[in-house]
Design a protein around this ligand. Sequence first.
Ligand SMILES: NC(=O)c1ccc[n+]([C@@H]2O[C@H](COP(=O)([O-])OP(=O)(O)OC[C@H]3O[C@@H](n4cnc5c(N)ncnc54)[C@H](O)[C@@H]3O)[C@@H](O)[C@H]2O)c1
Length: 244
Amino acid sequence: MTSPWGGDRPFTAVVTGAGSGIGLALAAQLRERGAELVLADVDRAAVLGAAERLGATAVVADVADPEAVEQLAEQASGARFVCLNAGIVGPSVGAPWEVPAAEWDRVFAVNVAGVVNGLRAFVPRLLGAAEPAHVLVTASLAGMTVFPGGGAYGPSKHAVAAVVAHAAMALEGTPVGIGMICPALVATGMSPVGADPADVAREALRAVDDGVFAVVPPEWRAAVVDQLATVAAGGRPTPPAPAG
Ligand SMILES: NC(=O)c1ccc[n+]([C@@H]2O[C@H](COP(=O)([O-])OP(=O)(O)OC[C@H]3O[C@@H](n4cnc5c(N)ncnc54)[C@H](O)[C@@H]3O)[C@@H](O)[C@H]2O)c1
């Protein structure tokens, strides 16, 4: 297990997209675990409010901007736990050709380049520190299997999951761990219905404790495997459904 905590060693944690939803819940629970927090969000009011509530440092940053993320990493140079969580859904939820080009660009810039910018800024620093550290990426169930429609969001989350898997292989044998959470619907600014973000955050941190690479809701695991098996055998994908 590679974990930045353990014992009473203080540690600094960074959370992107910390102004709301899953990011805010991760921040609150990392605070309970004793982390000094550096919270980042593109929404100034949201990140200032979260930071005030949690006694954290607030950074207004757009994760799609590599320089802003580099500055965030510089500001949080002692960080040993990095949550690359910020993400968006575009307004289009139809088939790929129905999504405007600018929307493809923005969703991929935030969801995919946002994670890549985070890895480029933080991983070399974490490796340089040569201490246990962890990167936790918020992917999505939509990056594990293909749902009908979904606009640019699902494809972007598949790219995120692939980036995290590549990074995991590259970090094998180092003190820097990486993993991802792949939640189904969560009740946040992004969705009016779904799981409680506090539960998602709790399970995410427990997964880090347990050395679990990917957190996929148990009721969806068979559907993820079945769709992939169908495609690997030459079949067309059909909409996945949860077990039970
Ligand atoms: N809510 C769901 O159903 C669900 C399911 C699976 C995965 N996710 C993922 O969880 C992550 C968090 O989303 P959430 O559900 O908490 O939504 P949310 O809208 O409540 O929170 C997202 C936060 O990210 C911030 N953000 C957006 N773009 C940003 C940018 N370019 N730079 C920095 N911050 C930015 C927003 O201002 C907001 O505070 C996202 O990556 C999302 O794709 C959400």
